[in-house]
Design a protein around this ligand. Sequence first.
Ligand code: NI
Ligand code: MN
Length: 225
Amino acid sequence: MKITFLGHASLHIEVAGKHLIVDPFISANDKAKHIDVNTLKADYILITHAHQDHILDVESIAKNTGAKVISNYEIVTHFGNLDIEGHPMNHGGSWNFPFGKLTYTNAIHTSSFPDGSYGGNPGGFVLETSEGNIYIAGDTALTMDMKLIPMQCKLDLAILPIGDNFTMGIESAVIAAQFVACNRVLGYHYDTFGYITIDHAKAIAAFKAKKMDLNLLEIGASLEV
Ligand code: NI
Ligand code: MN
């Protein structure tokens, strides 16, 4: 499985010959100017919640690629009204997709669309595949529910928000990694705007102190699971 960081909370995942995009917010991200949304490959678009910084490029990517949206019922209905095909899920539910088994997990956050309409409750995803298992936390606080994940799935990578202010920050993310029993972490949702700027060296050291490995990828860079 190849995971490419597209900036903010946006990811591209290549697994089992399929291309997944998570929470695309690229075209308005000044730090991701070198990423061309129009050339991204996608079979599926995974959406954790309805905030603008997670859905901005969903419509254009779906229309360019024919990708199917996977999210909660409310978000899939919203995009369905724009003639975009989707697969609705809700918390605790799993489905076997051609790329692997996906579970929609709890997140503590909010989830309204940019116009204020209801986006359902926010979530994250656990993705279990023949090439490894990952957790994409979405925007969330540290939550005890994270402890449920390793009871059902042995993770190879946890993708956690670390920018603080709108989500958990570094200290909480260290505990989150312990809760999900995964010592390999990819940080996201940091540095995009002023409220979420972090000290990279400090963040990496905080994880290292607990014998965990925090990866902070350049936008456009990848790691393998
Ligand atoms: Ni959000
Ligand atoms: Mn966000």
